[in-house]
Design a protein around this ligand. Structure first.
Ligand SMILES: Nc1ncnc2c1ncn2[C@@H]1O[C@H](COP(=O)(O)OP(=O)(O)O)[C@@H](O)[C@H]1O
Ligand SMILES: CC(C)(COP(=O)(O)O)[C@@H](O)C(=O)NCCC(=O)O
Ligand SMILES: [K+]
Length: 280
């Protein structure tokens, strides 16, 4: 995609995670809308390539329950819908999905080499690098990003815009699914079904699973944040990912002094992608 400098250019950001697709619609440097969808079958992606207008493209990728009003509730968009389909800036941590999306004509893939973050290692997740870059360029270095996604990751950079490093562990959904799938008797504990913290010392199987997963993840987040603050007293902390709200709510109950330090921003990766586009 030839980067155009004028402010009115419409473009789509697509981040492919291990659970789902994450979309953002930009007009120039302004993010107008962000949403998630499930993966699309290859047939749908081929259909996207045949879209003649931006309107058709956006309808095809908009959230299932927002088919119609997605277009109307983004005021300046109405003026653009008869334009041809816009470019898609793509980043992915799922190689099989990346390959399928290459068939969409107007795609530019963001890779690790394009991110000015120093000291990265070759297999660092592009999502981790982009979220860190987006957070740090928005709120400053040093920065620690917590991504409560399919995997829960910690990724940090110092004041010299160099990678300090990070950690990877199974996300909440993965932990509950693994206990369900890899044991004979344990049930699948649904995430959304428990707004309040379970008892630590539970007296039934469901709450025992909830307690084991939740309290250890919260303790782990607290431990990493305390270690980060010991390293960088002026360090900032941002959190994103599908499980961020659940974890923030629990942290506010259990460790309020930790929770109040967190910048909660689901769109960190899109900020990172915008930085790359502007800089290119
Ligand atoms: N509608 C949803 N679909 C999938 N995961 C969801 C959804 N809502 C919340 N989650 C939670 O978010 C996690 C996935 O986070 P997300 O940031 O979307 O993942 P990724 O970026 O790895 O695809 C899952 O572990 C799940 O617990
Ligand atoms: C750890 C991840 C799977 C997280 O991806 P997500 O949970 O967002 O789908 C991804 O950042 C990745 O594939 N990382 C590569 C290994 C590394 O970062 O060292
Ligand atoms: K993620």
């Amino acid at each position: 995609m030839k980067p155009q400098r004028h402010r009115e250019e419409i473009w789509l950001a697509l981040e492919i995670g291990n659970s789902r697709l994450h979309w953002a619609l930009f007009i120039g440097e302004t993010l107008y809308s962000a949403w998630d969808t499930d993966y699309f079958p290859e047939s749908v992606i081929q259909h996207l390539a045949e879209c003649q207008t931006l309107h058709d493209l956006l309808l095809a990728i908009s959230p299932p329950h927002q088919q119609g009003n997605f277009l109307t509730n983004t005021p300046p968009l109405c003026a653009f819908v008869s334009l041809p389909p816009c470019p898609v800036l793509l980043t992915s941590v799922v190689p099989s999905q990346t390959a399928i999306w290459q068939t969409y004509p107007n795609t530019r893939v963001i890779t690790l080499e394009q991110i000015p973050l120093k000291g990265v290692y070759p297999t660092l997740g592009i999502d981790r690098a982009l979220a860190l870059w987006g957070a740090a360029k928005t709120w400053g270095f040093p920065m620690l990003v917590i991504d409560a996604g399919t995997a829960l990751t910690f990724t940090a950079a110092d004041a010299n815009e160099s990678l300090v490093g990070g950690a990877i562990l199974p996300g909440l959904g993965l932990q509950f699914a693994t206990l369900d799938q890899q044991t004979g008797q344990l049930p699948l504990v649904e995430m959304q079904s428990f707004p309040s913290l379970p008892p630590r010392f539970a007296l039934n199987t469901k709450e025992a699973i909830q307690s084991g997963v939740i309290y250890t993840v919260l303790a782990g987040i607290k431990d990493f944040i305390e270690a980060w603050c010991d390293l960088f007293a002026d360090g900032k902390i941002a959190i994103k990912g599908g499980d961020r709200t659940l974890l923030i709510n629990y942290l506010q109950v259990l460790y309020p002094e930790i929770a109040e330090r967190l910048i909660v921003e689901p769109n960190l990766i899109f900020w990172g992608m915008r930085e790359i586009l502007i800089g290119s």
